[in-house]
Design a protein around this ligand. Structure first.
Ligand code: XMP
Length: 512
């Protein structure tokens, strides 16, 4: 085990992720509990995270002495490095110019930390984010890499196996960062590559059992990957203490609802309430043109419907959610200042308090790709876990303007053909999201000998790493022509197809 002491950095989870990728188990413990965590976990090495605090602050958090004196390998990142230096007898200065973003460092000396990646005298890109910096080293330490803004960019006491870096090796903007962490874990701490998703599954199951006891859990299934994986995992842990509620708002894609119900009821035998609420949702949306009102209406109805169903079940002690790590970081403001709402995202926010339930979120530490691996581990079909993300408000936000049953029918058919073509062309996994949008515009066309006056369908496909930024997918024109021909021929109600070539920003992925 590796103990990761969290001093409050926004990216501490990324350290854990990199250590997992190196095949080693780690646990994050907040600095206030570091001493207990150290005693409990008996780690083989310790990593110290960054922090929004400054070691020059009066109440700056310390590294517990037991850790410093343990003789174990220690790796301090940013604040972690500064705290190491300060507590071991070096000097830190604050109030210097802040250094943010990309920087280049030069390797001064070979080290096991750089083995197989960085040779002496070479230059490498790293990601910096700090205000303070080390200005004098403790005894036994030497500089192993330096940058113009951070002369102590990487330091080492090879004898005691204590390392510190000013930059952030855990973020992707430090391209070799994962390898540096892997070197620390394998070459310096001597740990083996043996942590797997199977091990995560075991641990998560034990934690769910401990937390839930003999309580009742309900889980809102959306048909998406995250809530499905969470539900299967929780069911494996506590069996029929779990009930899933699937609020079918009538805004899902072709055959999606049936697929979810069949999979959960028949394949997994998980108790599932299928709430057919299409009428409630579509009637409420009828005539509503404003995107934010549409989103809020769907969110409100979802909560009301879910709550009513949960009450019918006699309530529950816990609400299960498929919250992922990026949802956790996104919900924390980096600046503390107000951020602008671009779109109101729809989830079951507010429900746990309203219904007096505690949350169970077994995927909180994971990223999307890891959830997919876990899903496979739990036996979910590959095509299901590989699904592209789908927004909570569903097809309503892909039908700009008013939503009607007829429009939803048209959109569903066009979307299914488009995705079918994408799958057939072998492009599904190369695309982050692909979908059809039904525009509230009719145009004139000619089919056979007759005039047509029907809707325009827009096709969208984007590549993205996390949905925060995106580029439009560069299909070849043959493909687009083929998809358009099929849609116009097969879908009654569409006579024209256009392709959306907007990136994000300035566009968003969804149209509303
Ligand atoms: P935008 O349109 O904001 O979308 O660029 C970014 C990503 O978020 C998805 N999305 C949602 N997901 N509830 C969700 O669970 C929502 O209300 C919602 N709105 C957008 C969108 O599909 C894309 O992946």
């Amino acid at each position: 085990t590796i103990l990761i002491v969290d001093f409050g950095s926004q990216v501490t989870q990324l350290i854990a992720r990199r250590v997992r990728e190196a095949g080693v188990y780690s646990e994050i413990v907040p600095f206030q509990l570091a001493e207990d965590g150290f005693a409990r976990l008996k780690p083989k090495a310790v990593i110290l995270s960054g922090s929004p605090a400054s070691v020059t602050d009066e109440n700056a958090p310390d590294i517990p002495r037991v850790i410093l004196e343990s003789g174990l390998p220690i790796f301090g990142i940013c604040y972690g490095q500064q705290a190491l230096c300060q507590q071991l007898g070096g000097r830190i200065e604050g109030g210097l110019t802040r250094e943010f973003g990309r920087a280049f460092l030069e390797v001064q000396k070979a080290s096991p930390l750089f083995e197989g990646i960085w040779a002496e005298g070479t230059r490498h890109q790293v990601w910096m984010s700090h205000g303070d910096r080390v200005t004098a080293l403790p005894e036994g330490f030497e500089i192993i890499a330096a940058s113009p803004g951070a002369p102590y960019a990487a330091i080492a006491d090879e004898e005691r196996r204590i390392y510190g870096v000013q930059f952030h090796p855990e973020v992707v903007h430090t391209p070799d960062g994962a390898k540096l962490l892997s070197n620390f874990v394998h070459k310096i701490a001597g740990l083996k590559n043996e942590w797997t998703m199977a091990a995560f599954r075991e641990k998560a199951i034990a934690e769910i059992r401990e937390k839930v006891g003999d309580g009742k859990v309900i889980c809102g299934l959306s048909g998406g990957v995250d809530s499905s994986v969470a539900a299967v995992l929780i069911h494996e842990a506590i069996g029929d203490q779990l009930t899933c509620i699937f609020v079918d708002h009538g805004l899902l894609r072709m055959n999606e609802a049936e697929e979810v119900v069949t999979m959960f009821r028949d394949h997994y035998n998980i108790p599932l309430v299928h709430v057919q609420a299409e009428d409630t949702f579509i009637d409420a949306l009828e005539g509503e043109m404003d995107p934010e009102v549409k989103r809020k209406t769907i969110g409100r109805l979802f909560i009301e419907t879910f709550e009513a169903e949960a009450k019918k079940l006699g309530g529950a002690d816990f609400l299960a959610q498929g919250t992922l790590y990026p949802d956790v970081i996104e919900s924390v403001s980096f600046t503390g200042g107000p951020s602008v709402t671009i779109k109101s995202h729809h989830n079951v926010g507010g429900l746990p308090e309203r219904m007096n339930m505690q949350l169970v979120e077994p995927l909180r530490e994971l990223f999307k790709d890891e959830v997919r691996v876990l899903g496979k581990e739990l036996g979910l079909p590959a095509h299901f876990v590989g699904r592209q993300p789908f927004p909570g408000p569903g097809l309503a936000i892909r039908c700009p303007g008013g939503v009607t049953r007829d429009k939803l029918r048209i959109l569903r058919e066009a979307d299914a053909i488009y995705l079918d073509e994408i799958r057939k062309a072998g492009l599904y996994d190369a695309i982050w999201q692909a979908f059809a949008v039904l525009l509230p515009v009719q145009t004139v066309g000619v089919m056979g000998d007759g005039r047509t006056y029907e809707f325009v369908c827009a096709l969208r496909a984007v590549t993205s790493v996390d949905g925060m930024t995106a580029d439009f997918y560069h299909f070849d024109m043959e493909f687009l022509g083929q998809a358009a021909t099929r849609i116009i021929n097969e879908v009654k109600g569409i006579n024209r197809v256009v392709y959306d070539v907007t990136s994000k920003p300035p566009g968003t992925i969804e149209w509303e």
